[in-house]
Design a protein around this ligand. Sequence first.
Ligand code: COA
Length: 279
Amino acid sequence: MEITVRRARVEDKARVLQVEATATPNLRYLSVMFEHWVHDQVGELSVAELDGILVGVAKFTILPDGSAWLEALRVSTEAQGKGVGKRFYQRFFELARERQVSTMRMYTGIRNVASKGLAERFGFHLAATYHGSGCSVELEPSKQAIDGFRVIDPAKAQALLLPLGEQWDGFMVMNRTFYAVTPELCAAWAKAGQVYHDAESNSLLVLGARFQADQALHIACMSGDLKKCLTFAEQKARESVVPKLTCLFSPTATAISQALLQYGFQPDPSDYIVMEAVI
Ligand SMILES: CC(C)(COP(=O)(O)OP(=O)(O)OC[C@H]1O[C@@H](n2cnc3c(N)ncnc32)[C@H](O)[C@@H]1OP(=O)(O)O)[C@@H](O)C(=O)NCCC(=O)NCCS
């Protein structure tokens, strides 16, 4: 059996979608992301072939702080357990060396022992565990409009967000991408218009989407008057006709957990883990 890994090509799309459909039938975003990712020259969308047949896909992404985010790793069910996942990890390390990346991270569900074990085999360790929750958005306005939140600039975002890093256990999450809380991240989110501040209640909210912004908006961080933050988040989702809000947060952040429950968010069935390797 010969396993080769190479950069994905535009014509691989149909087969990549087949692979995703068998590997993660309930978690599909390559149909939307393929076109975007296949042209990423900073990172790489990679595919694996087993004896010439495309059986796997994975994405190496460079985040704003220069770390690598390993995502969308999928091996078609019939090809699992034959070394394809390990070959992808070797590629991740090659890419990290080429791009002088010193930290790599990935997330998986806490029950995904194969994914965790594979990462551990390559020296990754558990960096943090997160609860997740989500809430459907009523498209008809039911609450009074909130008017105080304003987008803030990168310097103010850094000043207000960085001190919250510890409460969020070092990461803030959008689209299940775990971003280490760094000055570069705060600046990038502020530039994207995703950091909101309400001066009256001194509340802060990071709200947005890394991709698939029509499907869900993600609360990456909130502090201050949490009910006000959530009401504003729901209002923004309604304005953009987005049907869902999500939030991932540290299990130690009990005030966040309570506020989400009181607002009507439903806890996800199981937790998420983020794994990290420092090269
Ligand atoms: C996770 C996945 C990518 C692994 O790919 P794969 O090609 O089957 O993996 P490989 O055959 O290269 O490597 C298997 C390695 O995973 C680890 N592993 C597998 N099952 C394991 C288990 N039950 N417990 C601990 N480690 C396990 C081991 O390190 C194993 O290597 P070893 O047998 O030499 O020790 C694949 O199963 C898959 O696509 N799953 C569905 C999608 C998914 O979960 N993606 C990951 C994150 S969302």
